[in-house]
Ligand binder design. Sequence first.
Ligand code: PBG
Length: 332
Amino acid sequence: MYPNSRPRRLRANHAIRSLVQEHHLSVNDFVVPLFVVEGTSVREEIESMPGQFRLSIDQLIKEAHEIQNLGLKSILLFTKVSDDLKDNTGKEALNPNGLMQRAIKAVKENCPELYVMTDVALDPFSIYGHDGIVKDGEIENDQTAAVLAQMSVSHAEAGADMVAPSDMMDGRIKIIREALDQAGYINCGILSYSAKYASSYYGPFRDALDSAPSNEANIPSDKKTYQMDFANKREAIREALLDQDEGADILMVKPGLAYLDIVQDLKENVLLPIAVYQVSGEYAMIKAASAKGWIDHDAVVFEQLIAIKRAGASIIASYFAKEVAQWLKDGK
Ligand code: PBG
């Protein structure tokens, strides 16, 4: 009888579709990125990221409670420091009483069960907006990695559960792992941005932290000497294997939607959990198009996040995390 196979049977109604659904979203999937600033009662909306805010520490605590009440369990902290604290060595990043260190302590005091991850890179502290120390017009690798290791120890000291180096310097996972272990923080984990591409999707994030690379003469105006070329795929596997060997606990691919082939490749080639960062530009595009009424906001968010899981990620850093957690709570 023609046809002998009818796949549409399994799509006939909601009940059977939900039985055969292969991938699901859960609050357990998400890491919530948060931006911290100095001050009190500051809750300043980021223009290019509607619904996302720069928060002073007191507001961060309020946000942390809300996040926990929604069932979310993990946050990723970024800080925006004032220009007068920036230099070319990232010295403010090591200040035991710096904004990041105080933010970590405050969250851990108020919400001890919330899992705190911290961004480790020099760009928010760099006068040049680069993730490393600039020397003779180049982004110096080994000296930068040494500072990142100290920075990681400083975050662990403040109470961070996991550090997340987002800089793409060579060999930094090894030196961070060694420094954490030597300082006694053997249980502080490392989420490595293993395949971080030199992407144009980071624009709104750089607005949020005022961290775009500067346009000064003799200073590279982009991050292409350390972040990866988006034309490359095999190189991502190489980076991932190195990070796995060097002692990373979780590997991240960034950005998300345009890089799902990379997620699948990593899944097939490494044994560590794979995370995806659905970045600021991806968030901004959905917000902007849906504000114009051109796409259905909630449906597109679900579709993109499920696609990230389908590709093989088990962890998603997403600015939509709170909204999705609310929808899941409401049984949407
Ligand atoms: C920098 C860093 C960036 C992001 C996370 N960490 C920007 C960059 O590399 O320039 C981007 C996140 C986003 O766009 O949401 N270390």
